[in-house]
Design a protein around this ligand. Sequence first.
Ligand code: SF4
Ligand code: SF4
Length: 227
Amino acid sequence: MANKLNLDIPNLYARFASPICEVDCGQICREFNASGKPFCCDICVAVPVALKEEWTYLKANTHLWHKLRGDECPQDPIDKEKMQAETPNYMHLMACKGPAYCERDFRTLSCRQFPFFPYITADDRLIGLTYNWDFEEVCWVINNLDRVSDRYRQEFLDIYDNLLFEHPGEYDSYYWLSEDMRERFIKVQRSIPILHRDGGYYLLDPKTDEISPVDPSDFPKFGAYKE
Ligand code: SF4
Ligand code: SF4
């Protein structure tokens, strides 16, 4: 059944506008990307998505975005059909003009949330933020979780508490992404880092969803960010 949502996109954007941390993380991670772009703004590395309601708003207000064609990364053309099949039907695959032309107010929710997603336990509790593990090797934020501001964490949770309540498809999508992460981390015998809604930092046992407090400086580091 088609979703009939009445999402107030400018309101969501206004409530989710704080930077992740005090430093411009893109200026750090781009040093490690051959293209010179922050990894999450490089279409050859990450393809943004937008809710259909976001695209309706964005196309009326900015020329920053277009729907993904598939040829935006000439050295590694994107298999758009395959990617579309893996994307919820209420989302569009998108491409922007690139970081040199970014318009902060018109970033999609997928830009604003990166590298995080709402972690939902097996028994249906959205307890906090975790991250997209595919980017552990390249994303400075993932390697510096203690630098994420309390304000960003709070805005993130306010938005996703609201959005996942209003949008059951999004809830299911993040529930199953959390489940994928549990399966993956059980396989590699790792705990899942959590920026909890209580303000604390935890490691979560993916077999039980039990959390243990941790000093954030003890979270593992990866790739070029290892000491
Ligand atoms: S969120 Fe991660 S990948 Fe994106 S600009 Fe910041 S450090 Fe780079
Ligand atoms: S809109 Fe800005 S933040 Fe989003 S992918 Fe493009 S350059 Fe990056």
